[in-house]
Ligand binder design. Structure first.
Ligand code: KG4
Ligand code: ZN
Length: 344
């Protein structure tokens, strides 16, 4: 079977358009040949993604992005074995652009169409291999903390990529908390990378914010957001320059609170399940503080940890392509009546 897989040259085009990044990637078996993303600057002016503008930008970007991805992979379109696309969850207008394009392309090329769940795809980046096939992959069962702009979940991944959500946020997501905190402080969107950068020079112990008291493996971030909002409102009354003067310490304190909340639940999940293979995925997994906190557990708790390369942390089509590859091997295809879903 392994030999057969090595001999087979399966090329899959992955298309991701669930939010504000138009991305296309080509994978040859489980090795990425190209991964091209067009971001959308326009949302910066609004402090968040404007759905209508996002779908319009996807319409403009999708053809050049796919064209470049195929060229960079050094193949012709007719060498593609299948077309994989993000079916959901995400913004419906954005998903429709990728879904319609994938359907038309698969039909035109007469190849299978493969739908992919965006959140499961984030986890699948841990199975992207380097050319030599030497990079380690998680062993089943493993836990993955999936932290993005819209979701915060702990997923138990069993044999055959069986994915079971064992904990999730009951309100805001971790990425959303970064973004909202940044907005309150007048920082640009997306707030996560901005806070990450400023936090490096700050003191994480300088300010304390409310931590949620929530049982089990679920998360809550809305209390923290409110706590940041009220704290800054009070301080600004005393000193209108408060944010400007304390920006780095504020960012470091907010970031370390979010990381502590995430790590506490992850430790609980590892203890409850007895699983020591631990991965992170999603946009917030790009956070340098979270990456170091997780790296520190290698020695402290004896965890075997998996941190995605930066280009596969935030939204990308390589993750759709690798998920598509495994679905291709299983013959899990979609038909032309498939429609995107916003939640799920
Ligand atoms: O996975 P992703 O690219 O898109 C969604 O599926 O939502 O995640 C986007 C989220 C945003 O909230 C963004 O602020 C956050 O990931 N993010 C970060 C960092 N880079 C991106 N959060 C903290 N630190 C970062 N370095
Ligand atoms: Zn995502």
């Amino acid at each position: 079977m392994v030999l057969l897989r090595l001999l087979m040259q399966i090329y899959i085009l992955g298309i991701e358009s669930s939010c504000d990044d138009t991305s296309a990637a080509v994978i040859r078996n489980d090795v990425i040949c190209s991964n091209v993303t067009a971001g959308q600057e326009v949302h910066k002016y609004f402090g968040g993604v404007v759905p209508e503008l996002a779908s319009r930008a996807h319409q403009q970007n999708i053809i050049p992005v796919i064209d470049i991805a195929v060229k960079k992979a050094n193949i012709q379109k007719n060498q593609l074995s299948a077309v994989a696309f993000t079916r959901g969850p995400g913004l419906l207008g954005s998903l429709l652009v990728g879904t319609s394009f994938a359907k038309a392309l698969a039909l035109g090329l007469n190849v299978p169409l493969i739908e992919v769940n965006h959140l499961q795809a984030h986890i699948m980046v841990h199975f992207i291999m380097d050319e030599e096939h030497t990079n380690p992959v998680p062993e089943f069962p493993f836990l993955c903390l999936t932290v993005s702009g819209g979701h915060t979940q702990i997923v138990k991944v069993g044999e055959g990529f069986d994915m079971q959500i064992i904990g999730q946020t009951i309100d805001d997501a971790a990425g959303e908390t970064f973004d909202k905190a940044a907005k309150i402080m007048g920082l640009s969107y997306p707030g996560g990378p901005v806070i990450d950068e400023l936090a490096v020079q700050g003191d994480p112990g300088r300010f304390t914010f409310a931590r949620p008291v929530i049982q089990g493996l679920d998360f809550s971030f809305s209390g923290l957001k409110t706590s940041i909002l009220y704290f800054l409102r009070d301080r600004l009354k005393e000193d209108p320059e408060f944010i400007e003067k304390n920006k780095a310490d504020l960012c470091a304190s907010i970031q370390s609170t979010i990381i502590e909340i995430l790590m506490q639940k992850l430790r609980l999940a590892a203890d409850q399940t007895g699983i020591r293979e631990i991965a992170i995925a999603g946009g917030v997994s790009a956070n340098s503080g979270l990456r170091s906190a997780l790296a520190a557990t290698r020695e402290k708790h004896g965890w075997n940890i998996f941190i995605p390369p930066l280009q596969y942390s935030t939204d990308n089509a390589a993750m759709i392509a690798i998920a598509g590859y495994y679905k291709f091997l299983n013959g899990e295809f979609s038909n032309q009546s498939v429609a995107p879903y916003a939640r799920g």
